[in-house]
Design a protein around this ligand. Structure first.
Ligand code: ZN
Length: 377
């Protein structure tokens, strides 16, 4: 038995904890190497390697897809969505040599040896995992002939029409380009659901697309440890090229309705979660997914405000300004205003100057919190 394996498990865990806290470029290769030393060491090291594995990847795109394929290997093939089966075939294809000098295989043993999914505590796959960086920005990855066959088949078109006909660019709603952009969106959605759903109870953070939020609402009572959630905006609600289309246009009306309902669902998700597990959820972020290269979207401010007001107060500002006022307002009852050192609103500064100029106030007037309650959302 090697000296490392003779160490008590508790000592080994302490060492592994220090390694896991190191910079990503050092911790992942070290944990990975330890997982290959022996079955005993692997048993202790694997939970550290797989706790937040996507954070540990320094080369996000390819390695993340390979890791996903490794994790999917533990799921019966019959349960996999067709797009996932196609992607796994590609990633594990024996014809492709991925194990070059810079890219190491992620799985320490055969994917079937260990149930890696049970170690996951954070499931945050970036949407860029299924996009490729090119000079002009991100683009969908190159498709294999099998993927193109599927993308141009009736099954995929039916899914697209059913799911996206009211959340797309209105100029050319059924173009071939849209189907190609929709594919990585489906891949992302299905891989996230397939791997995260069986382990909802153990997840502390999770990222998923807004288009799928109703499936997550139905299971919200299982997300009992969820502290951070990232909901990617993956439907086309605001598109510059067609935003000027008349409000009475049926397609435009349908899209506005879909947008309204989707953000209501997002608020409902947070509301339901805070009801089931009060104070557990700490942050909700809503980045643009990047799947649709012609748009850049963000969450409406009033929705952001409504969600923020439901989350526990963590923010202790030293200053109040136009930029953070909405956050302060959401927790005005509980926020510690005694810590505020500076209140900075242009209108208030101007008002103070006007008062001073007219001789109606002392020169050292401080702007009170009461005066500051002017901007409304
Ligand atoms: Zn458009």
């Amino acid at each position: 038995m090697d000296p490392l394996s003779r160490l008590p498990v508790e000592c080994l865990e302490q060492i592994l904890r220090c390694i896991a806290d190191m910079a990503v470029a050092k911790s992942r290769p070290t944990l990975f190497a330890l997982c290959r030393v022996s079955r005993h060491i692997s048993k202790v090291a694997a939970p550290f390697l797989y706790k937040d594995p996507f954070h540990l990847l320094e080369i996000k795109g390819y390695l993340a897809r390979r890791l996903l394929a490794t994790l999917l290997a533990g799921i019966p093939v019959a349960q996999l969505h067709p797009v996932l089966r196609l992607d796994m075939d590609l990633v594990f294809s024996p014809d492709l040599d991925f194990d070059t000098g810079t890219v190491a295989p992620f799985h320490p043993f055969s994917p079937h040896c260990i149930n890696h999914i049970r170690f996951l505590r954070h499931f945050n796959v970036g949407t860029y995992t299924f996009l490729e960086y090119v000079d002009g920005g991100m683009q969908p990855k190159e498709y294999t002939p099998a993927e193109l066959d599927y993308i141009h088949g009736q099954e995929f078109l039916n899914m697209y029409l059913l799911e996206r006909k009211d959340a797309t660019c209105l100029r050319d709603p059924q173009s071939d380009e849209h189907l190609l952009l929709y594919y990585p969106n489906v891949l992302y959605r299905e891989v996230t659901w397939t791997l995260a759903e069986p382990i909802f109870e153990q997840l502390k953070s999770l990222s998923f697309p807004l288009s799928d939020i109703r499936r997550y609402i139905q299971m919200v009572d299982r997300l009992i440890r969820l502290e951070r959630v990232k909901v990617y905006l993956d439907m086309v609600f605001d598109c510059e090229c067609c935003d000027d289309i008349d409000d009475n246009n049926t397609l435009q009306q349908a899209r506005r309705q879909r947008k309204k309902e989707s953000f209501q669902d997002l608020v409902r998700f947070v509301k339901e979660h805070t009801k089931h597990v009060p104070s557990c959820l700490k942050t909700v972020t809503t980045p643009c997914s990047g799947f649709w290269d012609f748009i850049s979207q963000s969450c409406p401010r009033e929705v952001e405000y409504e969600i923020y007001a439901m989350l526990p107060l963590q923010y202790v500002p030293m200053e109040i300004s136009v930029n953070n006022w909405w956050k302060v307002k959401a927790h005005l009852e509980t926020i510690d205003l005694g810590r505020i050192r500076n209140i900075n609103f242009d209108w208030a500064v101007q008002e103070k100057k006007d008062f001073e100029r007219l001789g109606q106030g002392p020169a050292n007037t401080t702007i009170s919190a009461t005066t500051a309650v002017r901007p409304t959302l």
